[in-house]
Design a protein around this ligand. Structure first.
Ligand code: THU
Length: 131
């Protein structure tokens, strides 16, 4: 498994500063690379409903899709957690749908890193083949 690309980690780290995380105080930054090399970054956005919170990964994904991007190669997730933070189940499902089996680079600003393929994070996923 390759090391986390520093430009992708830097983009996720930078956008994390914009996290709207007043309820959890858990700031997340994510950066998604397209097959042409462009990077789309997103932070988590919380609100008083709590349930309508959107994760950083989905913000990055929606930004890219809404700009017309359709092919992705890798994603980074940056938090300040002790354990490198994996995408939640909902984000795994959506990343699988739109990105396929990309590497997920999980990086803590405290120093720990982990990398898994998305297929390891969501094995035997439901997708269009099942319809
Ligand atoms: N969160 C993300 O943005 N991405 C993850 O991978 C895990 C969780 C956010 C959602 C919420 O704003 C906060 O972290 C705590 O769950």
């Amino acid at each position: 498994m390759s090391d986390a690309p520093e430009d992708l980690v830097d983009a996720a780290t930078a956008v994390r500063d914009n996290a709207v995380a007043n309820y959890s105080n858990f700031k997340v930054g994510s950066a998604l690379r397209t097959d042409s090399g462009a990077i789309f970054a997103g932070c988590n956005v919380e609100n008083a409903t709590l349930g309508l919170t959107v994760c950083a990964e989905r913000v990055a994904l929606w930004k890219a899709l809404s700009e017309g991007e359709r092919s992705f190669t890798e994603i980074a997730v940056v938090t300040a957690a002790e354990r490198p933070t994996p995408p939640c189940g909902a984000c795994r499902q959506l990343l699988w749908e739109f990105c396929g089996d990309i590497p997920v680079f999980m990086v803590s600003t405290l120093g720990k890193r982990a990398t898994l393929q998305l297929s390891e994070l969501i094995p035997y996923a439901f997708d269009k083949r099942d319809l």
